[in-house]
Write a protein of this length. Sequence first.
Lengths: 245, 365
Amino acid sequence: MSEPVIHTDKLTKRFGDFVVVDALSLTISGGEIFGFLGANGAGKTTAIRMLTGLLIPTSGTASVAGFDLYTGAEGVKLNIGYMSQRFSLYDDLTVRENIRFFAGIYGLNNQAIKEKSRQLLESLKLLEVADTRLASLPLGWKQKLAFSVAILHEPKIVFLDEPTGGVDPVTRRRFWDMIYEASERGLTIFVTTHYMDEAEYCDRLCIMVDGKVAALDRPEAMKRHFGVESMNEVFIQLARPNKME
Amino acid sequence: MHSFRGFLLKEFYHIFRDRRTAAILFGMPLIQLLLFGFAIRNEIQEVNLGIYDQSHDAVTREITDKFASSGYFVMRQELHSTAEIEHAFAEGSIAEAIVFEPDFAAKMIREGRATVQVLTDGSNPNVSKIITGYAASVLQDYRNTAFGAAEVGVEAVPLMMFNPELKSVNLFVPGLMALILMLVSALMTSISITREKESGTMEVLLVSSLRPVEIIIGKVVPYFLLSFVNVVTVVALASFVFGVPCRGSVTLLMLESLLFIVTALSLGIFISTITSSQQVAMMISLAGLLLPTILLSGFIFPVASMPLPLRMISNFIPAKWYLIIVRGIMLKGTSFGYIWKETLVHGVMTTVLMVASIKKFKTRL
């Protein structure tokens, strides 16, 4: 694979005495689908927030899309996309207005916005509902739109924070098709999820337990290592000792 | 810059597409002004009066006529005993009773004085005080015409400056402006920011190339403009519908109002930094901002009559200073030379709030 697009070294975040993310060291290459797993409170969201520039790390170093997290925050912002847990679109705006708005805040100019809106509406087959307010659209459509909008400005990396919450399995599967497509075009995907079947779709996985990296490998290698059939079992083996006692 | 324009546009979509928001923004000032102007009045008209005349002579009849023609009173019933007075009060058929002692005219001629007893229903002390005053002025009036002012010795000739008719709407309009601006600016801003936090869009905004300062400005500019429209509307309506004067400089009034709008907006931003739920933001705004604005600013209850601790607290309520300023400009025609101290206090408060809010907003996200 190509050169690393995300590289972190002992990235740490403390809130008071509580270490939320403990010395996270990762290297992710271009075009990779990187799965970030962990129980609630394992530090996933905090890690994403540091990598997207929403939170300042307590210690450690990191570079994202070739920019240093501390000194090149603006450069990082221009080269990443972000989709949060709740799809983060505006229900009271129409599909077209949503596209235009997000394209705008990601720094596209007028010409590019027009061009991209048209392309996107066509490729997502949303032309008919382009001027409908988002509130009346099904969840699956919103999810697709949210993803497309997050990568509209052609970032190097897109961060997806539990992008498939509350969506049925068929829609989830279709969503992953979109992720694969984007990855084939060279986009790096950093995705957190609760669903173990989704974990199997990733190129590489990082499982977090209590702020620390408990395992970091390809899904097959992980299953082989623990001698189990599914990611589910891997996850339970890793997470349980700390959670139950 | 382009992204900022888009952000502003989006904010206006939010405001005009949400019927509740639009209703609060434009309907509420109107309804409040009309309510305060028409329904809530301190002046009392048509006091139900009972007369217990134990004398029935020319003098008592003349005084009774004066009461009837004063415009304040309605002759409700003739009373014939003390028991009947009590009954009438208990029943609520009268609010005030006038009792003439027996041989009223004779006493007046013989001794030079006679006594009228004025009874009111003390269960509502404010009303009681006001209508006792009405009765006293009717009696004073009679005394002056019957004996001439010279005989009385020291006479008080009251004149209520700046509001000779004591119209309560004149008092309410400035308070109402403070209330509406607080509501529109602080409440709506805090709700609009927390809404983005609830929907997860705030994170996306912060990850985007928009800077936090741009987000704050984009959030407050629409409410700043709309609040200003509201100020103009309220002042215009008050003047055309209720004849509330603006004796001072309109420009000065608008500038001071802009300062107050900024105060309220800063408070709104501040509230949105301490909570990420719309409901909590609403509760804090209502309980923490609106109630003090109504109760402690001097809007309804005069600050001077509050106990010391409350008077001290009221100094920290921006609306108190704004109220002094607006009443000064509108009713007294005060120029800046007389209100610069209040403006200074208000300005310092605003600056501190704004800096604190913006700092907190940045560090929290």
